[in-house]
Design a protein around this ligand. Structure first.
Ligand code: ATP
Ligand code: MG
Ligand code: MG
Ligand code: MG
Length: 470
């Protein structure tokens, strides 16, 4: 059985052997890309190479890329703990061709890796292609020997990738494994495709067009390849376990949490352990890359992740800050591959400990308030916006934490009421400020606030007065 570290090196060694330059992961905070919250795929660091803006000394590359999908366009925060396959932090293994090889060789390289190096059972594999991509379907037939029913044609954007409204784009082909009918779910394109039986583990993107304007799409003179395979998903397949949380690395993190808490997971609380292990990784890697918890932007996404984890620690009965105690276990598992974790260990530990110590004071009282406010509510009911706002404003509960806390009981939050309460509080703050007679300062201050409020980052939505009571 291969461990996560071995699976990563098998991937990189294989592509090196096949003429690829092994390039280090780029940081989670994208350089020179204000449009992106966090690095969420392997191709991010190569964007300008794909468009031709930047030249490199190699035309083939392979990476293990740290990726975070929380906040921003790709947001898997609400999936973690609920599906077998989603994490907020994961490693995306990828191979890239910058105008070098294209579709046929990309499929051949992928097929040989998964069947020969990783030894997957061919009979369990199936692929999707974009519905008009006869070329890709033809190569899968030829290279893998797949019959038509194992090559599923998909017409949605799931199988057509684009960098943005304009720029490089093209069809993609995804590789799935059927893990057996004891797991709920259906093949891609079926109504049950969101289940976990058919697990997507590799996406091959064929960049062959350039979208010049909304109407005009032209062929790229030198088409390129961008692929992404989830390391943790491959590990779950190779280790024969049903979820990414049962792979070696996660088992060790969950063990560390169990011994710190003094008891291990059971059927009723395993979700909390999984969330804690996942959020530990995203929090630590974000701090290592220079993000600190704050009330806006990236820092607020980090704070939301950390506080969600803390609520789960509280649910498990941890009576004192927990997350910071798990840092050594993560460093043990991952610092060899990502030395920044080891270098940042002291800062990470301090940051986690401080945030936990502060939030614990209001967490317990906030949870008490939430329990009282929802005592008479049941499945399908709504928590009033006023209470959700109070939790946010006075107790430092990000809105999504409150929603997460109520999800299991199928209680939602009155979002309109929440927004109203927030607007009312802002208006009151303005009025009070006006009353202080400092008119000039007021104009400047609220001007800045209004301008900064207008941004697409999710984290900014709740940027104002997050109000942690110390
Ligand atoms: P899914 O449909 O399962 O959400 P995706 O189609 O959003 O995955 P891609 O954007 O195609 O994923 O990313 C390429 C690969 O990265 C996926 O095939 C998967 O192996 C991995 N991956 C994507 N999102 C996650 C995640 N949240 N946690 C772990 N691995 C992921
Ligand atoms: Mg997804
Ligand atoms: Mg998908
Ligand atoms: Mg995909």
């Amino acid at each position: 059985m291969s461990g996560v570290n071995e699976i990563r090196s098998t991937f990189l060694d294989y592509f090196k052997k096949n003429g690829h330059e092994v390039v280090a992961s780029s940081p989670l905070v994208p350089r020179n890309d204000p449009t992106l919250m966090f690095t969420n795929a392997g191709m991010v660091q190569f964007k300008n190479v794909f468009t031709g803006l930047e030249k490199r000394s190699y035309s083939r590359a392979a990476t293990a890329q740290k990726s975070v999908r929380a906040g921003g366009k790709h947001n898997d925060l609400d999936n973690v703990g609920y599906t077998a396959r989603h994490l907020t932090f994961f490693e995306m293994l990828g191979n890239f061709s910058f105008g070098d090889y294209f579709k046929e060789h990309a499929i051949e390289l992928a097929w040989n890796l998964i069947t020969k190096e990783y030894g997957l059972n061919k009979d369990k594999l199936l692929v999707t292609v974009y519905h008009t991509d006869d070329e890709a379907a033809g190569y899968w037939k030829k290279i893998a020997g797949f019959s038509d029913d194992r090559i599923i044609r998909i017409a949605t954007s799931d199988n057509f990738w684009a960098m943005g409204d304009t720029g490089p784009c093209g069809p993609c082909s995804e590789i799935f494994i059927d893990r057996g009918d004891h797991i709920w779910g259906g093949p891609p394109g079926s109504p049950e495709e969101d289940g976990d039986r058919f697990l997507e583990f590799w996406n091959l993107v064929f960049m062959q067009y350039e979208q010049v304007t909304k109407e005009q799409r032209i062929d790229l003179p030198r088409p390129s390849i961008d692929t992404g395979m989830g390391l943790e998903r491959m590990a779950s397949i190779l280790q024969g376990v049903e979820t990414v949380f049962e792979t070696d690395l996660f088992r060790h993190l969950i063990d560390a949490a169990s011994s710190a808490i003094g008891r291990g997971p059971d059927a009723s609380n395993v979700g909390s352990y999984r969330v804690i292990a996942d959020h530990l990784r995203s929090s630590c890697f974000l701090v290592a890359d220079g993000v600190l918890p704050s009330n806006e932007g990236r820092g607020y996404v980090l704070r939301r992740i950390m506080r969600r984890a803390m609520r789960h620690a509280q649910l498990l009965g941890a009576n004192e800050p927990l997350m910071w105690k798990l840092v050594p276990a993560l460093v043990r598992e991952m610092a060899q591959a990502y030395p920044e974790l080891g270098r940042g260990e002291a800062l990470i530990t301090e940051t986690l400990k401080l945030e936990e110590t502060r939030f614990r004071k209001t967490l317990v009282r906030g949870l008490g308030l939430l329990a009282d406010a929802t005592e008479t509510l049941g499945s399908g009911d709504m928590l009033d916006g006023e209470t959700a706002f109070k939790l946010y404003d006075t107790y430092g509960f990000p809105l999504d934490l409150t929603q997460d806390a109520l999800r299991q009981r199928s209680i939602s939050v009155d979002l309109a009421g929440f927004t109203d309460a927030m607007a009312r509080q802002k208006a009151e703050a303005r009025a009070n400020w006006a009353g202080s007679g400092e008119a000039a300062t007021e104009t400047v201050w609220f001007g800045i606030k209004d301008r900064n409020g207008a941004t697409e980052f999710l984290g900014y939505e709740t940027e104002q007065a997050e109000g942690v009571v110390l």
